[in-house]
Design a protein around this ligand. Structure first.
Ligand SMILES: Nc1nc2c(ncn2[C@@H]2O[C@H](COP(=O)(O)OP(=O)(O)OP(=O)(O)O)[C@@H](O)[C@H]2O)c(=O)[nH]1
Ligand SMILES: [Mg+2]
Length: 318
């Protein structure tokens, strides 16, 4: 089943990168936008925002930012109310994103607002972020109608020659392609993996790199359906488009592959952006050692881990 995006739409950006992406998405969708962060530097003057204050703590933990988000819950809820669809841009590699995304996604679920979540996952060498991103992604997936995951790590793994900055540019532009096509193409009601390649390659090489990136995240047999965006498609010979369609159909189950031409960005070089829906385990399920325990077997599922000051005469551990 595919998810229906209904107006009015609100784009929510969390943290520094999340807000930057949300503002780009807002401009291309012509929707409203809200920024939520613990860092005031992430706010932009003319865009509505909610500040999550950690009071005197300048280097808050993820758990403290999350606990503080519950203090401004009513403010966030009132800003979300009235919207039929929320598009959440969260950088789970950042502290603000991994702290706030479970809380905001839960609010959307409770308010019965259709939620499409974009989640960026960290590089493997960012060891301190892996655990929190895994915990957070699990909750975001449970709360969202559909979740689109972009893994910085597998992008770098399939392109080891790229700098982190070059990776970010590729990742961000792939996310924007999906945002831009929300109005015209179907997105499935489950977790999808976003994969792509670097610029300036033959389109078949771009397809190969996108598949490599996809299989870095999930085993081939868990891919249920793939949507192939051919960026700059109008400049490519039809024979080549036909051949990459056949290649994809041969890899993913024939009836489950779909091709979409995004020819709007004519100035750009051509490349492939893939959105593949996944059933079963992904590599992110191992980021939290307890992550594979299903929700119904988790006793304290209802509230995610938070740090709140209970004003006890005990040393606050963390
Ligand atoms: N895909 C993508 N990932 C990025 C980008 N910028 C940073 N990252 C990743 O996100 C991590 C955190 O980056 P920050 O700049 O601290 O992002 P932030 O959202 O402000 O996060 P906090 O300040 O920790 O809340 C980095 O270590 C990268 O792994 C970007 O433009 N695109
Ligand atoms: Mg920041």
């Amino acid at each position: 089943m595919s998810f229906q995006v209904k107006e009015p739409v609100l784009v929510i950006g969390l943290g520094g990168i999340g807000s930057k992406l949300a503002i780009d998405a807002k401009n291309s969708l012509n929707s409203d936008c809200l920024i939520i962060s613990n860092d005031k530097n992430d706010f932009v003057s003319e865009i509505p925002s909610v500040h999550v204050s950690t009071e005197s703590v300048v280097n808050p933990s993820v758990q403290l930012i999350r606990g503080s988000t519950y203090k401004v819950a009513e403010e966030i809820k009132s800003k979300i109310s009235g919207y039929s669809t929320v598009i959440l841009m969260s950088n789970l590699a950042g502290k603000a994103g991994s702290a706030i995304a479970p809380v905001v996604s839960e609010m959307c679920k409770e308010a019965d607002t259709g939620l499409v979540s974009f989640a960026i996952m960290p590089f493997k060498y960012e060891k301190d972020r892996i655990f929190n991103s895994g915990v957070s992604l699990k909750r975001v997936r449970e709360n969202s109608k559909c979740t689109i995951v972009l893994d910085n790590d597998s992008l770098l793994e399939s392109n080891p020659d790229l700098s982190p900055k070059a990776c970010y540019e590729i990742a961000n532009s792939a996310m924007m392609h999906v945002v831009n096509s929300l109005g015209s193409s179907e997105i499935s009601n489950e977790t999808s993996i976003l994969s792509t390649s670097k610029d300036g390659q033959h389109i078949e090489d771009s397809l190969r790199d996108s598949l490599k990136m996809l299989y870095g995240n999930a085993p081939p047999n868990s891919v249920k359906r793939s949507m192939l965006y051919v960026v700059g498609g109008s400049n490519i010979p039809v024979g080549v488009i036909n051949s990459i369609t056949n290649l994809t159909a041969g890899i993913v189950n024939e009836s489950n592959s779909q091709i979409d031409m995004t020819s709007s960005s004519s100035a750009e070089e051509s490349k492939v952006v893939m959105v593949s829906s996944i059933q079963g385990m992904t590599k992110f399920d191992n980021y939290d050692p307890l992550g594979m325990i299903p929700q119904e077997n988790t006793l304290d599922w209802s509230t995610p881990d938070c740090s709140i000051d209970c004003e006890l005469d005990l040393y606050q551990l963390e």
